[in-house]
Design a protein around this ligand. Structure first.
Ligand SMILES: Cc1cc2nc3c(=O)[nH]c(=O)nc-3n(C[C@H](O)[C@H](O)[C@H](O)COP(=O)(O)OP(=O)(O)OC[C@H]3O[C@@H](n4cnc5c(N)ncnc54)[C@H](O)[C@@H]3O)c2cc1C
Ligand code: FES
Ligand code: FES
Length: 486
């Protein structure tokens, strides 16, 4: 096997080769400190504010696709084979402001300007994909961008007017697409990449088989997928992650396979990459999906990372447990399957051994029954859940035949509400059954009080989610009632 001791990528149209590189250097530090590209700002250094938004393009099935991402929690070593674009490289025709910048000026979308490069990058990414976005699509694209002084209305007005000032096809990023794609193809050489600096080592396997081999050779290594959790270990907790095994570039770790019974997703698939298939096969998760983190984080974060991180307030585990998801764990050539609900043992402790990794997640397809997923958080966008829940209820001849209801935020692990489920089974499909299940919930959980919510609030809201589920499934639009009252 070939080993390469340098990473290669394209930055603002220039070829870059780096050999002397540690595992934990972020793209943001590299841009600002090494390249003096200071248009990309540092606000929070934890993926929350979007001031550091840049575009990262990768070849997917040989097509170059750019995504808006947070440079502050993106590790430089992970960028082998990609094309990075910063605010300095966005120019309109003849080097003037590009149409997104022009619209921001015309509609007074900037005051102090600190957040502006980040907003422009997010809106530019949206505009390149969709030249006439709706307000809702604009709000989704700027979920991960915070502005403290202008306010969002002028920025949204600017975004609605982007196409008044030009077309994506006239942008030099569009015109150079073929040549950049060809350069990225040339960078591929089927090598395992190993780079290091001051004893901190980064490894990029060739494919999933190579990942399996690396992990049995490197016990204790940190797997880094999207880095949206691991990034904060470095920027906030100053933890060392070496040796780090980066997997975000592995195309065969993102595979989707659909059978009559299952939808199987490679653990390395990002939220954005999985969104279409999830919305198609599990429509009740469509809206929920848009409430996981913000746009940039969904472009980076993976399904495998959310599960492996093992947080009791991760959004995916409860909704996937309710659907009966199974994880495939792999160590070397050995694989085993586990129900996702059995994977979580205790607080932050999971059934995963040294050298083992999550290879894929398989979710039973749904054809009938009643399904829902709810997330309760202080803010609608870019916020961690206080409580999240997945409902999966099957009804036969008017009786509840099976019930799978799993919560996050209610215990030390994501967990099914066994007593409440037992209360539902065998009951007539009706309000009384859900009322009884809600009352039974204290037998399942004694939630914590923390910064996100008190124990009482968590219990109350979780009980109310049973009532909301019933009301919605019996045809009432609960949210409409709330809006009318407001
Ligand atoms: C601003 C912000 C907002 C967020 N909002 C939300 C939110 O609303 N809801 C939510 O649930 N989460 C949220 N998160 C957390 C995070 O984005 C998710 O948990 C994400 O899915 C993690 O995936 P990742 O690929 O980035 O994981 P990484 O950070 O790369 O890894 C996370 C952990 O999983 C391990 N790992 C990764 N892949 C594998 C694998 N295949 N096998 C074994 N181990 C693996 C890593 O070693 C590490 O321990 C947020 C994060 C940020 C920064
Ligand atoms: S600096 Fe705030 S998201 Fe990166
Ligand atoms: S313009 Fe000042 S923070 Fe947005």
């Amino acid at each position: 096997m070939q080993i390469r001791n340098e990473i290669r990528f394209v930055l603002n149209g220039q070829d870059i080769v780096l050999a002397n590189l540690s595992a934990d250097e972020t793209l943001l530090d590299y841009l600002r400190l090494d390249k003096r590209l200071i248009g990309t700002k540092e606000g929070c250094a934890e993926g929350d504010c979007g001031a550091c938004t840049v575009l990262v393009g990768r070849l997917k099935n040989d097509v170059l696709t750019y995504k808006a991402v947070n440079a502050c929690i993106l590790f430089l070593a992970s960028l082998d084979g990609s094309s990075i674009v910063t605010i300095e490289y966005l120019q309109g025709v003849d080097g003037r402001l590009n149409p997104v910048q022009t619209a921001m000026v015309a509609h007074h979308g900037s005051q102090c300007g600190f957040c502006t490069p980040g907003f422009v990058m997010s809106l530019y990414a949206l505009w390149m994909e969709n030249a006439s976005p709706t307000v809702q699509q604009i709000e989704t694209a700027i979920q991960g961008n915070l502005c403290r002084c202008t306010g969002y209305a002028p920025i949204i007005r600017a975004a609605l007017a982007m196409s008044d000032y030009g077309t994506p096809s006239a942008e030099h990023l569009t015109k150079e697409r073929d040549s950049v794609s060809a350069r990225l193809k040339n960078l591929r050489d089927q090598s395992r990449v190993v780079v290091q600096k001051n004893g901190s080592r980064a490894i990029l396997p060739i494919n999933v088989d190579d990942l399996a081999s690396v992990l049995v050779q490197e016990f204790g290594a940190t797997i880094v997928a999207g880095g949206t959790d691991v990034g904060l270990w470095v920027t906030k907790f100053l933890r060392h992650i070496s040796p780090a095994v980066f997997v975000g570039h592995l195309e065969d770790f993102k595979q989707v396979a659909i059978t009559q019974e299952l939808v199987s997703l490679g653990a390395g698939i990002t939220y954005t990459e999985a969104q279409e298939v999830i919305s198609k096969y599990y429509p009740h998760l469509s809206e929920f999906w848009d409430r996981i983190a913000g746009w940039q984080v969904r472009n980076m974060g993976t399904l495998g990372g959310n599960i492996a991180n093992g947080s009791p307030i991760g959004d995916l585990p409860p909704v996937l447990i309710a659907l009966g998801a199974i994880v495939t764990l792999r160590k070397g050539e050995l694989r085993r399957e586990l129900r996702l609900e059995d994977y979580f043992i205790s607080y932050r402790k999971q059934d995963r051994g040294e050298g083992e990794f999550i290879e894929s997640i398989s979710i039973p397809r749904i054809s009938d029954g009643y399904h829902a997923a709810y997330k309760i958080s202080k803010r609608r966008d870019e916020d961690i859940s206080s409580v999240a829940v997945g409902f999966n209820i099957q009804v036969t001849d008017g009786l509840i035949a099976s019930a799978s209801v799993a919560f996050g935020g209610m215990a030390a692990t994501p967990k099914r509400a066994a007593a409440a489920e037992a209360t539902l089974i065998g009951q007539s499909w009706g309000e009384a059954a859900f009322e009884a299940a809600a009352r039974q919930l204290p037998a399942d959980f004694a939630p914590l009080t923390d910064v996100r919510a008190t124990s009482d609030y968590r219990m109350k809201v979780a009980q109310n989610l049973f009532r909301r589920f019933w009301l919605e499934k019996s045809g009432l639009d609960v949210r409409l009632i709330r809006l009318q009252r407001g």
